[in-house]
Write a protein that binds this ligand. Structure first.
Ligand SMILES: Nc1ncnc2c1ncn2[C@@H]1O[C@H](COP(=O)(O)OP(=O)(O)O)[C@@H](O)[C@H]1O
Ligand SMILES: [Mg+2]
Length: 288
């Protein structure tokens, strides 16, 4: 589904002493099936932007179009388009309402009018996708879950809707590294199978490097970079400038370069950096 953001400005608490411009004239074009990483320091407007993509906020000015239809249009077309955008919140506490995990994840599919067999199948599938055992966790009351588990349940509720646009707002905060890797792998696989659009807000640059092809960077409510992942995430000056860490492999290669070694510095993953270094030392050819 094609997404277009036109001159989007969002001002919280306009006209009060707490007034705060979270987004300033943002313009974006997102094609169906793109895998996008959204980065930027805390307070740069990432969560505000993704809530607009899901139609959860009203713009102060500007608009968002889904498949050419303004997202807040009245009527069945816009409503059905909005239902195809799944946003997993940064703070899943805001999103969990039901008495049991099963009912929570089943809520969306039931609302879609699916029969109970399909609902059950989707709940099982979605919980397994996020690495939770349906039999064990299904009957639990959400408030008894750990923060990490709650985050996963919130994500499962979104997956169970089978959205065409999946937006994850800092989905792996509070997860252990192995669980994160497994989650990314499954989400990545599912994206490839379905061709859905994937938009991930994350500070985990290495994970983004593995998963997304395009990175958009925000600073103080404005888009300050938008391009191929390799270009944006190896731009150390830009990243430092907006207060983000430079990926370790890039920092390492830059140090070698400053020491006089002729290496490329746009290698985002450890294995890529290792191949680059081996090649510069004449150990073997890069990528061999
Ligand atoms: N509900 C809100 N009310 C008032 N200000 C808010 C609200 N949500 C976010 N803001 C402010 O808007 C700016 C952008 O916030 P946010 O979109 O959450 O950024 P990010 O997700 O990049 O951390 C920040 O200055 C934040 O304090
Ligand atoms: Mg946020």
């Amino acid at each position: 589904m094609h997404i277009r953001v036109e001159n989007l400005t969002h001002i919280y608490n306009q006209g009060t002493p707490l007034e705060r411009t979270a987004l300033h004239e943002v313009n974006l074009e997102i094609e169906a099936g793109e895998r996008i990483g959204l980065v930027g320091p805390t307070g740069s407007g990432k969560s505000t932007l993704v809530q607009h993509l899901a139609g959860l906020l009203q713009p102060t000015t500007g608009r968002v179009l889904l498949a050419g239809t303004p997202i807040h249009s009245k009527g069945a077309t816009a409503r059905s388009l909005r239902l195809q955008v799944g946003l997993a919140f940064q703070y899943p506490e805001d999103q969990i309402f039901e008495q049991s995990v099963f009912r929570e994840v089943a809520f969306g599919p039931r609302n879609l009018g699916l029969d109970e067999t399909e609902v059950k199948a989707r709940v099982h599938w979605a919980l397994e996708m996020v690495g939770l055992d349906p039999a064990r966790i299904g009957p639990r009351m959400p408030f008894t879950l750990s923060g990490g588990e709650r985050r996963r349940v919130a994500l499962a509720s979104i997956l169970a809707m089978r959205p065409r646009v999946l937006i994850l707002d800092e989905p792996t905060a509070g997860q252990d590294p192995q669980g994160r890797r497994a989650l990314w792998e499954k989400v990545g696989q599912w994206q490839q199978e379905t061709g859905m659009t994937l938009i991930i807000v994350s500070h985990a640059l290495e994970e983004l490097a593995r998963l997304v092809e395009r990175v958009i960077a925000l600073r103080a409510g404005r888009v300050v970079a938008d391009g191929p992942t390799r270009e944006v995430l190896s731009d150390a000056r830009l990243l430092r400038d907006i207060g983000l860490d430079v990926p370790e492999p890039v920092a390492l290669l830059q140090a070698l370069r400053q020491a006089g070694k002729d290496v490329r510095t746009d290698r985002l993953l450890p294995a890529e950096a290792a191949a680059e270094i081996a090649s510069a030392w004449g150990l073997r050819r890069a990528g061999a």
